[in-house]
Write a protein that binds this ligand. Sequence first.
Ligand code: SAM
Length: 236
Amino acid sequence: MSLWRATVLTLFPEMFPGPLGISLAGKALGPVWSLDAQDIRAHATDRHRTVDDTPAGGGPGMVMKADIIARALDAVPDDGRPRLVMTPRGTPLRQSRVIELAAGSGVVVLCGRFEGIDQRVIEARGLEEVSIGDYVLSGGEIAALTLLDACVRLLPGVMGKPDSAAEESFSGGLLEYPQYTRPAEFEGRPIPAVLTSGDHKKIAEWRQNEAERLTRERRPDLWAGRPAPTKMPPKT
Ligand code: SAM
């Protein structure tokens, strides 16, 4: 089977694989997926290896230059992988998009720094703008690591039990039910009795109800947009 390939364009290639080099993702790095972190600065042309300039219109900080970013992107052969740029202005990353990306052949991910990247190269190269949440990081590298981690754990052979992905939060549009393990009692709090009853039908019902309750209470946005429950066809 061919590897799922991640190419990351960054000013800090030494940040990769970072945390993705350990545990399940780390074991799979090589046999299941590959990671190529490319230094954007290698595409600078002046003797100071400049990659940024002052913002048009004034203001604080620096902006990554379109021509340098274009050269870095164009140096990655176009093999059909989606090209993403991490930015707080992007579409919020959802598990549904992660599942699509993991099902493909890999990704090319561009990481911003400073005040961000000249918008013209984002448009000219048709990059998909992706945000990992409504807060501002100092660079796109941790955002890229987050996206890659979410994808890599879904690749065949990475997670111990493939079923874990089917039941967890966001699958089916709900948060996951709460989890418990031994001891039977912790600081006066017992495990909910149904979970130790051995009645699998009741356990499944309890989990479904808890998933619905938590989603309703904590994430009204997800609750409102959840897929309609599948109706059993009438008996003929
Ligand atoms: N001036 C930008 C703004 O206000 O939207 C923030 C730039 S941030 C300091 C530098 C880089 O970090 C961004 O170009 C982006 O690559 C990355 N970044 C920061 N927050 C992010 C987020 N929530 N999601 C994805 N990438 C993010």
